[in-house]
Design a binder for this molecule. Structure first.
Ligand code: FHN
Length: 586
């Protein structure tokens, strides 16, 4: 389908990026008592959290009646993998007696590793509550000889240590409750009343957690719900009882608009770069979340440090998981890795906490983070000639030094656009040595100059784009990235293009637009020329389609600016923009 073409003038207002989330892509309603920005402040500062998967599944530890959960698969899914009947699973859970559990030790390990928040499985998919629930007898206090409430003890230890206490809650999946999602081996799927499960167990348990454990940093929901309305109920429940408590992105359905306070990457996921909304990636220290006696595929401290830097350098948070054993022991290899990470964090934490995404492109030798007037260069591979080179930074460099040795200044020179820093001959830290550049003003860089591909075409997507106004680069929870939240002419996306081949180019745009977003007009400006498109609905949520926009003539080679913006203000997003293609017409 061909969109309407018209010549219009170019306009692209620049304003600060906007944040927030809502259910439908309609413009956000006014916030309630605590603003979204206020709520998420600690999360932006803290960057690193401890995730803990702990429940009755830690007892079989990856083995059930001689059958093994293969290494690489998830030990906490053992009940579902071997279709263990609820009755048998509950009998097994009776033996859970974590006499070695020591809340203060767990919390002090998190603290020593530089972690600032702790998220523990209050109930995983097996339906067993690791706290004293009055809603279901299937809980560690009433069902096991342990009789203690580990969440109570952990919440108190966290408070004492200044760590934010948070809970994971599996709100959809529940293999114990007859109406919960997922157990179709004990219960007939066709007879299930999922709403009844939500009302009888899921919501009352979330209410207990929000009522009995003091202020929670966040409730970490998992695997989404079936409808936006169901998810909104959980959002309202949390907001009503603890307005300061964060809600992660998985509260809502995966294929739908974000409803929580921030996005979660897929498990162990990593964006290519440059997201402009808050996000967090959960990752586990080996390959299972819950303890498995077979899984010895431990990440090294170096892996964890570099991963942390990469995530923080792209603007995200890192939630790193451990799977304690059934008796409450944290596997010694996890302890060893976390202690090493902690040793690095004690020396280099300034380059992580409170930093934001690096405005520069990725370097072959490492990554960067920024804070105030400082650029932290994280060197993973020490240059053979001991000279660190970087380009693209517009600021003047006042001084450079190693974060671990601020008294010794490093020589800096600049030739054309390349800054060189003279390093010591040997790397002081093989995992990551941090070089600090003290710069004039907030660090800034030119947007990347996009060059033509081998077929002479341009594919312009979120990566090289510069957003302005409310337009935001986002993760769509289906594993793809797009730009949205733009509603008016002041919200724009721009790119810098280096055209080496003059000629005629066919222009096409790829986006998703909800059914009620049709008829909105938008402008695509390519140098001095522009085209106007009319949004065509593509279906519900993230069904991306490509539309031809027409052709433009580029008379001579050179640098051009390409921009897109909504032609008029509206009360909904323009589209979920994915890419703009320019293909030469031969
Ligand atoms: O199914 C779970 C899995 O067991 C684990 O809890 C992870 C952690 O992010 N979340 C789910 C899968 O995405």
């Amino acid at each position: 389908m061909r969109d309407r073409i018209a010549i219009v003038s170019i306009l692209a207002g620049l304003m600060g990026a906007g944040w927030g989330s809502n259910l439908s892509g309609q413009v956000n309603p006014a916030d309630t008592s605590v603003s979204a920005e206020e709520r998420i402040r600690w999360f932006r500062q803290d960057k690193l959290g401890m995730f803990i998967h702990w429940g009755p599944y830690s007892l079989p530890a990856g083995e059930w009646k001689g059958q093994r959960v293969p290494v690489g698969d998830e030990g906490e899914w053992i009940m579902q993998r071997f279709n263990i009947p609820v009755k048998e699973y509950r009998e097994m859970a009776r033996r859970m007696n974590p006499v070695k559990f020591n809340a203060e030790q767990w919390v002090s390990l998190a603290k020593a590793a530089g972690m600032k928040y702790l998220v523990i499985t209050a109930k995983h998919h097996d339906g067993f509550a690791m706290y004293h629930s009055r809603v279901s007898e299937s809980n560690i206090v009433d069902w096991t000889p342990f009789k203690r409430d580990p969440l109570k003890e952990l919440s108190e230890a966290c408070r004492k240590a200044g760590i934010r206490f948070c809970v994971y809650y599996s709100h959809r999946e529940d293999w114990d409750h007859p109406d919960g999602y997922g157990n179709n081996w004990d219960y007939d799927r066709t007879k299930k009343d999922f709403e009844r499960y939500l009302e009888q167990k899921s919501k009352p348990q979330v209410r207990e957690l929000l009522t009995d454990y003091g202020p929670l940093g966040l409730v970490w929901f998992d695997r989404g719900l079936n409808t936006p309305r169901q998810a909104q109920d959980f959002v309202n429940l949390v907001r009503g009882l603890q307005p300061r408590c964060l809600i992660n992105g998985r509260v809502g359905n995966y294929g739908q608009e974000l409803m929580g306070d921030y996005q979660n990457m897929n498990d162990n996921g990593m964006p290519t770069g440059g997201l402009e909304e808050y996000w967090e990636t959960p990752q586990t220290l080996n390959t299972t979340w819950g303890y498995s006696k077979f899984d010895q595929q431990w990440k090294t401290a170096g892996n964890v440090i570099q991963r942390l830097v990469e995530i923080v350098g792209k603007g995200g948070n890192y939630l790193l998981n451990i799977g304690p054993m059934a008796d409450g022991t944290i596997p010694p290899p996890s302890v060893a890795v976390l202690e090493k990470v902690g040793a690095w964090m004690r020396k280099n934490g300034d380059s992580i906490y409170g930093t934001s995404a690096c405005p520069l492109a990725e370097f072959p030798w490492g990554r960067c983070t920024v804070k105030g007037e400082k650029v932290y260069l994280h060197v993973f591979s020490w240059p053979a000639d001991a000279v660190l080179r970087l380009s693209g930074l517009n600021n003047q460099v006042r001084s450079a030094y190693l974060l671990v040795d601020p008294s010794r200044e490093l020589a800096v020179s600049r030739e054309n656009r390349v800054i060189s820093v003279a390093l010591p001959a040997k790397s002081p830290d093989e995992d990551d040595t941090v070089v600090v550049l003290d710069v004039s003003g907030p660090p800034n860089a030119d947007p990347p100059l996009i060059t033509q591909g081998s077929d002479s075409a341009f594919e312009l997507d979120y990566l090289g784009a510069v957003t302005a106004g409310k337009a935001v680069k986002r993760f769509n929870r289906d594993g793809k990235f797009h730009i949205s939240k733009w509603t008016g002419p002041e919200d724009s996306i721009t790119w810098r293009l280096l055209v080496s081949q003059a000629g005629t180019y066919k222009v096409s745009i790829r986006y998703a637009a909800r059914r009620d977003w049709g008829q909105s007009k938008y402008v695509v400006a390519i140098g001095p020329q522009s085209l106007t498109g009319v949004v065509e609905p593509t279906g519900d949520w993230y069904q991306y389609k490509t539309f031809d926009l027409g052709v433009v003539k580029i008379a001579k080679a050179g640098e051009y600016k390409v921009a897109i913006w909504p032609a008029a203000a509206s009360d909904h997003y323009l589209m979920y923009f994915q890419s703009l293609a320019l293909e030469p017409v031969l």
